[in-house]
Design a protein around this ligand. Sequence first.
Ligand SMILES: [Zn+2]
Length: 344
Amino acid sequence: MRNLKLLVFFLCKLAGLFHLAQWITRDRLRILCYHGFALSDEAEFRPKLFITVKQFEQRLATIRRYRLNVLPLDEAIHRLYSHSLPDNSASITIDDGFHSVYRLAAPCLHAQGLPATVYVTTYYVENPHPIFRLVVQYMFWKTRKRQLLLKHAPWSTHDAVDLSNPEEREKAVWDCINFGERECTEEIRHAICEQLGTLLETPYEDIVRQKLLHLMSPDELRALKDANIGIELHTHRHTFPSDSRSLAEREITDNRAALKRWITAECRHFCYPSGLWDKQQWVWLDSMRIKSSTTCMPGLNSPKTPRHALRRFLDSEDVHQLEFEAAITGFTDLLFHGRSGDPI
Ligand SMILES: [Zn+2]
């Protein structure tokens, strides 16, 4: 099915329809979304979450080739709603704030003279360990062992896990994550990872040394300013509950307070963690002086797009170059959704 889609894209591009789509959608704002950049084999581990530098550089060259006007997010949002957006405008956003943004993405963007915005979730900036739920999955993915022998592991009721059995393996992964997230302090989670790394023969200290699956440090966040990369809000603990206004607001308050300790600029733009949102949260966001909120819904944006339901195109290693071109030219949008950006 995907091959058929790529063939259609290839033929349509050849027929000049990508350029036609770009012209038709020239008044729409394209917002691109990235997450992590691969320092090692993360793009093989999670191809929907990470992208290699090689592919990212190709994307930036493509953005240049299609002559997109890449604007800083604040300017793009302001101009979108004041009807003064230049044709073919785009904005580049990066979620979470992985260490690899500083190491890999910032130099690429700086070399191309392209601005970007990072939505930073701050818990793992304050606690500089690998993100627990990701590193547990990574170690289980990377191990060559076929059996995991567990002695007195508090998170498992079994003494052994058959790692060649995908269901058993997956259950062990989530038993460990759920136990760590629900029952443990950050220090104990760190100790669980060390023990798990030894048992799986995937040394945790190597992951820590390479800073895989880590977020940026406060110094690294501060240094982004030199690469014209802005910093915005993404909650403190990567959650934004729709059933509790006080908990949701606390996430933004804590996120803002943490960022304020490290950077001087005031943060007024927001990205929903995991793309989960509810319309009733819009009034909460307004009361927190949030100017815009981005989702993971695909599509282009117009002045009619609600400012707390902005659409983005999620790019990663898993996205074919033709799919990327189809998205940034607006071809995908015209093909599958008609002209999006209208009120939901
Ligand atoms: Zn996120």
